[in-house]
Write a protein that binds this ligand. Structure first.
Ligand SMILES: Cc1cc2nc3c(=O)[nH]c(=O)nc-3n(C[C@H](O)[C@H](O)[C@H](O)COP(=O)(O)OP(=O)(O)OC[C@H]3O[C@@H](n4cnc5c(N)ncnc54)[C@H](O)[C@@H]3O)c2cc1C
Length: 491
């Protein structure tokens, strides 16, 4: 084999794949050949930032979104250079936060990747192979990647960045057979929600941010029928906290670009530190957090401040919890964590609240167990919190917004399935994703870390607690880069 440069193949070209490629070429001392295998036409958008719906906005202000963790205003400057706010004035909310459209953030990702595709100083190159990876192997000291179109590439490192799976109705729900036109399994499929009649009575399965996206789309297209969002716990995402004055739109202070990254890599907050006698137990953390929130709010602060301290340290705190305690968190606290963690863009929140006030949007608690064909309509059986199943709620359409099932995504993704079958990876202890070590190396079925195979982003959920939000994925990549580059000759 005669290769001048070390080759890194990244499987998946969403936010994680793009951020990794960009951070690699910026930090590698030598030339790298980076190939991103991604079936979509553009690299960077992935599932989250492909949506063209103008009402699908970032769920946090622009300053919380950057490809580069060491420069949290990178996206804000990109937007300013292009005068994005003038074209999207609704992005600016009264709280001083700017919540741009997800599609525009996707354009930032695509353009920034293009700018880094040939870096003069080190001669690194990023290429996009528009294909689907179907298997990855390791032979004679080299990794290789095979694609659906039959191509094969040798690599020094392979990084799995396959992200979130497409939305699918949970397997636990008995579905109508044959398929029913009123069942919309993936509301992000372009134009799918447009097929619904404006007066249709709709049941949304789930009440999180995806449900809010679906409601925003429906209401913006003039939907008049009722929309009921049903969820197991009846919880809905909370709103954003107050934006600190220095971060509000138009504020002039020069803030250090490292500010947020320093928070993510700084000390564990004192109120959760075992050195202060807080044991690594779910209940102890919950109590400590509640005390901290009570103190903060009594002093005029917001609950978001202590909560965010927990969130920012979770990648370090989570592995310190014994397995049994991790299970306890997932069983009893995850839902509460998620609704406080994944907050609503205020614009979508206001639209849904207005529709709620006029009785058009409603929320219900229960678990959808079965969908049956009822002629042109659908009959929905819902198990109520007490355990009794209420049969026969009749609606015109059911929209699935039940969250992202990473484990189911592994079974349906050919490359992940092949890696599992070959024993190169193991499913984590919680069946949430794939096991990795502290530096992002995949752990194989024998418990050994694989230097040639790395995993980043949402598939590492079970190992690191919360590698989901864009900035957190970028920060995770930042931590893993020294190890990815170590031992690569020329890099
Ligand atoms: C709807 C939605 C909205 C979100 N909004 C926000 C937000 O506003 N702010 C925020 O911080 N976070 C948000 N997130 C979190 C989001 O997970 C991260 O921001 C980020 O997009 C994760 O990036 P990723 O590249 O890991 O995953 P993805 O974006 O899912 O990209 C993975 C890519 O891998 C490709 N792929 C999969 N399998 C293969 C294969 N076998 N071969 C080749 N390619 C493959 C897919 O085509 C896909 O493009 C949102 C998530 C979702 C789902």
């Amino acid at each position: 084999m005669n290769r001048q440069r070390c080759r890194i193949v990244i499987i998946g070209g969403g936010f994680a794949g793009a951020s990794l490629a960009i951070q690699l070429v910026r930090r590698a001392p030598g030339a790298l050949e980076i190939m991103i295998v991604e079936p979509r036409s553009e690299v960077g958008r992935g599932l989250a930032y492909s949506t063209k719906d103008p009402d699908h906005r970032l769920n946090a202000p622009a300053f919380a979104h950057s490809l580069l963790p060491e420069d949290f205003l990178h996206f804000s400057r990109w937007a300013e250079d292009r005068d994005l706010l003038a074209r999207d004035p609704d992005a600016l909310h009264a709280d001083g936060g700017v919540y741009f459209r997800r599609y525009d953030f996707g354009t930032y990702l695509v353009e920034t990747l293009a700018e880094h595709s040939t870096v003069g100083a080190t001669g690194s190159q990023i290429t996009h192979l528009r294909d689907l990876a179907v298997s990855v192997g390791f032979e004679n000291g080299f990794a290789f990647v095979r694609t659906q179109s039959g191509q094969e590439f040798v690599a020094d490192r392979v990084v799995i960045a396959t992200g979130n799976p497409s939305l699918r109705l949970p397997k636990s729900i008995i579905r109508p057979w044959p398929e029913h036109a009123g069942l919309i399994e993936n509301p992000f499929e372009p134009g799918r929600l447009k097929t619904l009649a404006p007066a249709a009575e709709i049941l949304v399965v789930g009440a999180g941010l995806t449900a809010l996206d679906a409601m925003s789309t429906l209401l913006a297209q003039g939907h008049r029928g009722t929309i009921t969002a049903v969820s197991r716990h009846g919880l809905t995402p909370r709103g954003q906290g107050p934006i600190p004055p220095a971060l509000r739109h138009g504020a002039t202070p020069q803030l250090p670009g490292q500010m947020f990254h320093a928070r993510l890599t700084g000390a564990i907050p004192a109120f959760l530190d075992s050195a202060n006698g807080v044991p690594p137990k779910a209940l102890a953390w919950l109590r400590a957090l509640r005390r901290q929130i009570a103190e903060a709010t009594a002093g005029g602060g917001a609950w978001q401040q202590p909560f965010d301290s927990l969130r920012d340290s979770l990648w370090r705190l989570w592995p310190s919890l014994p397995l049994s305690e991790q299970r306890r968190v997932l069983r009893h606290l995850r839902k509460m964590y998620d609704v406080h963690r994944f907050r609503t863009p205020p614009q979508s929140e206001a639209t849904a609240a207005a529709a709620g006030a006029r009785g058009q949007v409603r929320y219900a608690t229960g678990t959808v167990v079965e969908l049956r064909d009822a002629g042109r309509r659908l009959s929905v059986a819902i198990r109520r919190p007490g355990g009794a199943t209420a049969p026969g709620l009749i609606v015109d359409a059911v929209v699935n917004a039940s969250g992202l099932d990473t484990a189911a995504g592994i079974a349906t993704n050919p490359v992940l399935r092949a890696l599992c079958e070959a024993g190169h990876v193991q499913i984590d202890a919680h069946n949430l994703g794939l096991s990795i070590d502290d530096e992002g190396r995949a752990i194989d079925v024998d418990g050994k870390s694989s230097n040639w195979l790395r995993i980043i982003g949402p598939p590492t959920l079970g190992s690191f607690g919360d590698p989901i939000g864009a900035f957190f994925v970028a920060a995770q990549i930042h931590r893993f880069i020294p190890s990815i580059l170590a031992g690569l000759t020329g890099a």
